[in-house]
Ligand binder design. Sequence first.
Ligand SMILES: [Zn+2]
Length: 51
Amino acid sequence: MKTKECPSCAMEINSKDKICPICGYEFAEYSTAFKWIAILLIILFILYFIF
Ligand SMILES: [Zn+2]
């Protein structure tokens, strides 16, 4: 079983869990996508200034 650490209570929980069964912390599903959008925007921002 893959586990992940809950950032709220620091307990190892099932990586498939969207909500921590111990403290009820909700894992944001969009965090990875949001990170890539942010990287893309930074790249576009840099390109805008180069050209
Ligand atoms: Zn928790």
